[in-house]
Ligand binder design. Structure first.
Ligand code: M6R
Length: 608
């Protein structure tokens, strides 16, 4: 989602602003801009589209450097992604960039217009600029004026603000969206959407809390909480390597990231599995005997990880498991209490709906557990228990390695809780842990199917619709395959439970409908095989992802099959994820779409 950078150093800031914006690109954006101040003058440049457009404008128009500046990558919410709606916005003396959504923006806008304001853009951000500007006319104390004006906003926001004539003052505020402060390695201060954005300048990071304001100069900074009290926040030493933003030998981050899967799964599993004794170790605060049910909530691919885990937890822990998407869950009235273990799963740890669901569960007395990839994220800080994933920075908007690490943690969790509750014997647990330990090798072996997948991808690139089918844990993997394909190729795809097809979607099947059927050789294979026959009878264009032995049988029927390494039923979701990731990737590459930053999407979805 939008990315924010602010710099106050007294030295030229334009190069720094642009390099930070480049580090924020992965979050997803559709326009960008910067503003600097020097000698009483404000200089601003904005452009629709990629950062390259902004850089070109800066070059063409001639840079006017300053010792203070703010920059922004915008993911449009209110108003089209045009130059006029791009940030920074300037209202009188106020220069502002914003991430988030102001919910009461329409009423504030009406009020401002009634009072004679000349609103130039369609954004909610400009409204904040007017509020601050108006408040500064009646309160010359910048700190209180900004706090009063921002106090009128409802919704979620992170802000970076400069005031014309105040060339040694950078202001930040956050509520609902993350914002960090960096203490410069040399003199100066920085504010940014995440520690990565500040990595070229600072390792000393302060994570602002909900409702915080920061007023930073070159020499020092002051943080106020939402009550307006001066507070001290911890300074964290953070080693974020901007070098990890390198694609290595790969053409795209997505390829780099899915080829990293054997390593990051190994790294994640080794945090939970003792590879010698094959024992699972979980956080000692986690005591399953306190709970009657498990509720798992997340969004997108992380939601599909929860859907996989439902099968494992129900089987291994014998407890009722409810799974929901956060955007629905948070507006339902679910029965939650202290007997409920609430699990949130998130790569970023900042997804607005998942975070709201976590807070709701906490308020209702649930014990909250977060499976997150960013250990410094808001969810990691707010949950009672954290089970980290170790995927490393995931840059591509389409999640691959983070998903694999999420299901790794969830598999280990189901074993650990199964033993705790007495449903799994130590022998069962040891056998399952041994299976998990094979994953890095097996995932690596899966890449052998790449040639076959490239062939299939070239066919898929020509179609408009694809159906993915699966049963049991292959059902969420079918949905994940469809999500990946939609996301980066813009081809319409759906993931269905194979047995559900005849209750409606089979009407879509003809020779022009490609169906990718995920059919590991497990306890439901024969059921899926019957579904394959039903579809074949109706002329569907079938490709079955299955084992070598089953692939041969399928090919004898005159259907396409791609053989994956043999694996246990427990490991199937890991193994069958690889071909669907590869399929989306190679289809996108063949079609020439923007693999790493697909249109309209953001990496970290900090608005609801
Ligand atoms: O950061 P999160 O894991 O909370 O993000 C959740 C979804 O936005 C994310 O998984 C999204 O669906 C991906 N782009 C899918 O590839």
């Amino acid at each position: 989602m939008c990315g924010i950078i602010g710099i106050v150093t007294g030295h030229p800031v334009v190069t720094g602003l642009i390099s930070s914006l480049k580090l924020l690109e992965y979050r997803g954006y559709d326009s960008a801009g910067i503003a600097t101040m020097q000698d009483g003058q404000v200089w601003r440049e904005r452009a629709a589209g990629k950062l390259a457009n902004l850089e070109k404008k800066i070059k063409d128009d001639g840079v006017s450097e300053g010792g203070i500046g703010i920059g922004h990558t915008r993911w449009a919410t209110h108003g089209a992604p045009t130059e006029g709606n791009a940030h920074p916005h300037i209202v009188d003396n106020v220069i502002i960039v914003h991430n988030g959504i102001i919910e009461n923006y329409a009423e504030l806008r009406d009020e401002l217009i009634k009072n004679g304001a000349n609103i130039q853009s369609q954004t909610d951000t400009e409204v904040i600029g007017h509020l601050i500007s108006n408040q500064l006319k009646i309160d010359s104390n910048i700190e209180t004026a900004v706090q009063t004006a921002v106090g009128r906003l409802t919704g979620a926001f992170a802000l970076a603000i400069m005031i014309k004539g105040e060339e040694n003052l950078l202001i930040g505020a956050r509520k609902g969206c993350p914002l960090v402060v960096g203490i410069g390695d040399v003199e100066g201060h920085y504010i940014g959407s995440d520690a990565l954005a500040l990595s070229p300048f600072s390792r000393q990071i302060i994570y602002l809390e909900e409702g915080d304001f920061v007023f930073a100069t070159r020499q020092n900074f002051r943080v106020f909480d939402q009550a307006g009290t001066l507070v001290t926040r911890d300074v964290n030493h953070v080693e974020v390597q901007s070098a990890t933003m390198d694609k290595g030998n790969h053409k795209h981050f997505m390829a780099k990231e899915f080829f990293e899967q054997p390593d990051v799964v190994q790294k994640t599993l080794s945090h939970y599995l003792d590879m010698k004794s094959n024992q699972v170790t979980l956080d000692s605060k986690l005591d399953i005997s306190k709970f009657e049910r498990i509720v798992m909530v997340s969004c997108g691919t992380a939601y599909l990880a929860a859907c996989v885990a439902k099968y494992w937890l129900e089987e291994n822990v014998n407890m009722s498991v409810e799974v929901d998407v956060a955007s629905e869950f948070r507006y339902r009235k679910p029965a939650l209490n202290e007997k409920c273990l609430f699990v949130v799963i998130s790569q970023s740890g900042e997804t607005a709906d998942s975070l709201a669901a976590l807070r709701m569960a906490k308020n209702k007395g649930c014990t909250t557990l977060a499976i997150v990839n960013v250990p410094t994220s808001t969810m990691a800080r707010e949950a009672d228990i954290i089970l980290p994933t170790f995927a490393g920075i995931e840059v591509c908007v389409a999640s691959t390695k983070a998903f694999m690490c999420q299901i790794s943690v969830l598999a280990a969790l189901s074993i650990g809780l199964g033993v705790q509750i007495g449903r799994l014997s130590h022998a069962d647990a040891t056998s399952m842990a041994k299976q998990l330990a094979q994953l890095p090798r097996l995932i690596n072996d899966c890449f052998a199917v790449e040639k076959d997948i490239v062939k299939l991808a070239h066919e898929i690139a020509n179609v408009e619709h694809v159906l993915f089918l699966g049963r049991n844990t292959s059902y969420p993997i079918a949905m994940e395959g469809a999500l990946k394909l939609k996301e980066i190729t813009y081809i319409h795809a759906e993931g269905y439970a194979a047995g559900e097809l005849k209750h409606g979607p089979i009407a879509l099947v003809d020779e022009n409908m490609p169906l990718i059927i995920i059919a590991p050789d497990n306890e439901v294979y024969e059921k899926t095989r019957s579904n394959i026959e039903e579809i074949a009878a109706r002329g569907g264009d079938i490709t079955v992802l299955t084992t070598q032995k089953r692939a041969k049988e399928i090919q004898k029927l005159g259907l396409k099959a791609i053989a994956l390494p043999d694996c246990s039923s427990f490991l199937a979701p890991f193994i069958y994820t690889v071909p669907v990731q590869l399929l989306a990737y190679h289809t996108a590459v063949h079609m020439g779409t923007d693999v790493d930053q697909p249109r309209n999407l953001a990496k970290s979805v900090t608005v609801e």
